[in-house]
Write a new protein. Structure first.
Length: 69
């Protein structure tokens, strides 16, 4: 017969290292994917460069991006 003992489970150091390594690898993979696939679409960046201008507010010229429809 098998006996069953009630006890509190405590992960070993190897299990903690595996969990930490898994989180580290997922984080690294997400950073690498964000490097290849940009979070801001390239179209929006190009559009902002085309529409970039400076406007005068009082005596100061400030960079602005706007479109007059």
């Amino acid at each position: 017969l098998l006996t069953f003992d009630w006890y509190t489970y405590r992960p070993s150091s190897i299990e903690w290292i595996l969990v930490g390594g898994t989180f580290a690898m997922v984080s690294l993979l997400m950073l690498l994917i964000a490097r290849v696939v940009p979070l801001i679409p390239l179209y929006d960046i190009k559009e902002a460069e085309i529409l970039r201008t400076e406007i005068k507010i009082g005596r100061v010229s400030v960079p602005a991006t706007f479109r007059e429809d």
